[in-house]
Write a new protein. Sequence first.
Length: 372
Amino acid sequence: MGKQVKTPRFYVDMPTFLHATGQLGWDDTRGGAELLYMNCSNPYLREVDSNSPITIGSNANNNPKTSFPVNFCALLNHNFASNTNDFKISGKAGLSAGEREFKLNDSNIFEKNILNANSSGNLCNPQYNGTSIWTFNNVNGLDDYWRSFAVFFPSGIDTYTHQLGSLVVGKYFDCPNSPDLNLTMSRRFDGIKSQKTIGGKTLSNIYYDGPTEWTMNGPNGTYKYPPFELDLATIASTTDDTATDDINEITNDFNQISKSGLGRKGLRSWKLTFSYIAESDMWMENEVSNTLISDGETDTTLNDPNPMLSDNSFNFVWNCTLGGTLPFIFQPDKDNSNPDQFAICTFRENTFSVDQVAPGTYSVEVTIDELA
């Protein structure tokens, strides 16, 4: 697969942002805050006792201060493909006077399978365990006072330990164009430290050699595997007529199972420069916290979201990751959905630079680092 940076996409996690800024407590006992911040290496485990085994948010009428839009969902480090039943992501929202439940991958909403998010009617049935990402057909996002999201199996649920590393629901931003040709891509091996002995030999200590591997509780046992890779939902049964068929099935399974520590090495960094970015793609139109814009000009629609949360500029990404403090999913080429195209990243500190190169036109430079 190509490794070119074409039109990058940033997937921003809205519940994590609201939790970090104290706007909403995603404290449900069936996962809750454990599913935020994209800390996926040790997933949340739940023995099934209902059709909604995993939830973030609150079942009480604990609405956020503002509505906010969502136009994608990502399930990181899950084993839901091993379930014989399909599922939905159910979102509860609405002010106390009119609560609303929305199935975020309803057939009227589901737009595009980005990675391992096959759909059947209005249900999601990923082919593999690992990661599933899909977008909604409303590019500007489904606006509401969202207060919880849950993995929901309408037709029942298989009795095995379900896992999820992170439930990411939010809004993505596509850069308006490709970065300049003089971009820099690098691999960091800062987890390997070397020192010389008195005798002149070099000793190396490997603290980490890439992103932290994720733990999978799947049909092949419990094991570690590289982030965003996919894994078989079931193992082959050796019930064919000949021993040769049995060997072929086992070999195919072995080749498709993730090999711990044998994938990509190093942590990726991208230094990107975008020239001639229009003002509307760079900054929010109104950097205020409500809809009172100026004298005689206001939007009184009750469900209108905060201007920052509904914004569709790079300013939105910068604000809703708190300047890169909060992690986001980075896809260097939005049209390339190979698993190696996704990374959990932050912006490198003090690397965000904006220069005005013409009236209403800007040049943007930023460095993006993959997390260990």
